[in-house]
Write a protein that binds this ligand. Structure first.
Ligand code: GLC
Length: 571
């Protein structure tokens, strides 16, 4: 089995990880300093979100030079040292390739936008205005506002799926594609263990750019529905795979917004273009057709189970899934999938059981291992995230009040995942000696790595028990996946089975006790349970497990709890 199927990947957002230079921004030396900590989490690969030279309009997802390190993160020497130090610990670095667009400060765009006659003239998506001078069509960019920007020098508009400062590359031009593959090769030569392909479903544009039906008060229509996963994209992706992946001991994971379970056979597996794709059905459950943070679609554990299982079943015979419940663009797990106002110490544990026991490769996001939570700031000016600002404005245009609009931002802002890592209870959570670029979550005094390291009952200690169990119980890596209790309104349950071993996982996603038929546990023994041991005198984990097991065998699961059972199959 390939190494990347057996390991745990840690998604690291460098700007918020560890500042060693007193700038308020995390840096590469900060990552080097914490490699032993990452090793202690059982991590075999780090997905490093962009550290390349960038004007930082979208925190590095606006790249001005693919083969560089932004001075705010350090130097190429620091990066080389990071590769070397990580390798010593058997940790690979997975680079984030942003291939749909560049920064408007990338020399390619500076050349392309200077005139209609230059050797990069066709490297981006240029269109003439309509007869009245307006934008070629009514697409809204993902961060809000028109997806078109006027360029005086060319007398044309260019397309930007994301920010104005993130012009889309023209993948129809083979020179563009070759230049991108060269950038990937630069990092392969440094020893990259793989790549995460950002926003990759948007690289192919439709042949005709028509107006769409307006979907909000601004008269525009979301570009996502018009351009994501456009027919013909697979040809580009196969070519990319042949140029980057072919024959190498690396993995490629695509950010595949707009690809559903029904498409997965083309995207992963032996004929697919990626080793894994982030399929967003579960993480975007409330915005299936349309994203307005004031209009989330209602869902409950049953809907969540449905989309997770559909996605897994689509790769049952062929392919492999990343298991992920949060990332740098989404709310924290503890606040996202569980009842409002619930005890996040408990929900963190249920979320980690899910992450570490489904079929696939777990992608742990920084801070998830200690149960970091969302922030909820009161004013839009407090937010840094460009998507939060775009969504706030969209809500106002759509007739919502400021109070309603800020509630949506508090719930879904990308800043919640980006507040600095909580290392200890000293000033700025031990992240930096100066005011961090984004405020630290106020709960750092009680919720931080150092405190959890000392507490055998912490979320971190529980994560490590789970991680160790996963690494020593092969069934969790190689086992098949079969859902149980599919109709249950509260419990997500499944069986993992391989090599004569069987494991059963049960998780109560609600804050009410759940009743179920415990016959499915006959002949099984508990391996690990999520509940904190609390103020019991005897903090022996084994004793605690026995108490949880007794209750569950009566067919009762505590609110927000999870348990893993296992046995030999004897028949
Ligand atoms: C992806 C990234 C996100 C970024 C966007 C534009 O969705 O994960 O952070 O803003 O692409 O590059």
């Amino acid at each position: 089995m390939e190494w990347w199927k057996k390991t745990i990947v840690f998604e690291l957002y460098p700007k918020s990880f560890k500042d060693t230079t007193g700038t308020g921004n995390g840096d590469i030396r900060g990552i080097i300093e914490k490699l032993d900590y990452l090793k202690s989490l059982g991590v075999g690969a780090i997905w490093l979100t962009p550290t390349y030279c960038s004007p930082m309009k979208d925190n590095g997802y606006d790249i001005a030079d693919y083969c560089s390190v932004d001075p705010s993160f350090g130097t190429m020497e620091d990066m080389d040292e990071l590769f070397a130090e990580a390798k010593k610990r058997d940790i690979r670095l997975v680079m984030d390739l942003v291939f749909n667009h560049t920064s408007d400060k990338h020399p390619w765009f500076e050349a392309s936008s200077a005139s209609r006659e230059n050797d990069k003239a066709d490297w981006y998506i240029w269109r003439d205005p309509r007869p009245d001078g307006s934008a070629p069509n009514n697409w809204r960019g993902i961060f809000g506002g028109s997806a078109w920007e006027w360029c005086e020098a060319r007398g044309q508009y260019y397309l930007h799926t994301f920010l104005t400062e993130q012009p889309d590359l023209n993948w129809e031009n083979p020179e563009v594609r070759r230049a991108l593959y060269d950038a990937a090769r630069f990092w392969l030569d440094k020893g990259a263990g793989g790549f995460r392909l950002d926003a990759i479903t948007y690289i192919k544009k439709p042949a005709v750019f028509e107006d769409g039906e307006p979907d909000a008060g601004d008269g525009l229509t979301g570009i996502h529905n018009a351009t994501a996963n456009t027919a013909g994209i697979l040809d580009f992706l196969h070519e990319m795979r042949d140029n980057i992946r072919a024959g190498r001991d690396i993995f490629m994971v695509g950010e595949a917004n707009g690809v559903g379970p029904q498409d997965l056979h083309d995207w992963v597996g032996s004929h697919g273009v990626f080793d894994m794709v982030f399929e967003f059905s579960h993480i975007g459950l409330e915005f299936r057709d349309y994203e307005n943070w004031c209009r989330p679609q209602a869902w409950g554990p049953k809907e969540l189970k449905r989309v997770l299982v559909d996605s897994l079943m689509a790769t049952k015979e062929e392919g492999w899934n990343p298991i992920f419940t949060e990332n740098h663009d989404k709310p924290r797990t503890v606040n996202h999938y569980f009842p409002d106002g619930c005890d996040t110490n408990k929900s963190a544990r249920v979320g980690l059981m899910w992450l570490m026991t489904m079929r696939g490769t777990p992608f742990l996001y920084q801070g998830q291992e200690i149960g970091m939570t969302n922030v909820a700031w009161d004013r839009i000016e407090d937010y840094d995230d460009v998507l939060s600002i775009g969504q706030y404005e969209l809500s106002l245009k759509d007739g919502f009040t400021k109070e309603e609009a800020i509630k949506g931002v508090q719930r879904y802002s990308r800043d919640s995942a980006r507040t600095p890592m909580q290392w200890d209870d000293s000033i700025n959570a031990g992240f930096s000696t100066v005011k961090p670029w984004l405020p630290v979550n106020e709960n750092y005094v009680d919720l931080n790595v150092a405190g959890e390291e000392k507490d055998p009952d912490s979320v971190l200690a529980y994560y490590r028990r789970l991680m160790h169990a996963r690494q020593t119980h092969e069934v969790m890596i190689t086992g098949d996946f079969t859902e149980v209790l599919a109709e249950h309104e509260q419990i997500f349950g499944y069986i993992r089975e391989a090599g004569g071993k069987k494991a059963v996982i049960l998780m109560n996603f609600t804050d009410k006790e759940a009743v179920f038929d415990a016959a499915i546990l006959t002949g099984l023994v508990p391996v690990i349970n999520s509940e904190a041991m609390g103020a019991v005198e005897d903090k022996s984990y084994e004793k605690h497990l026995i108490v949880a097991d007794e209750m569950i065998r009566k067919g009762k699961m505590a609110p927000l709890s999870a348990i893993w059972y296992e046995t030999e199959i004897t028949e």
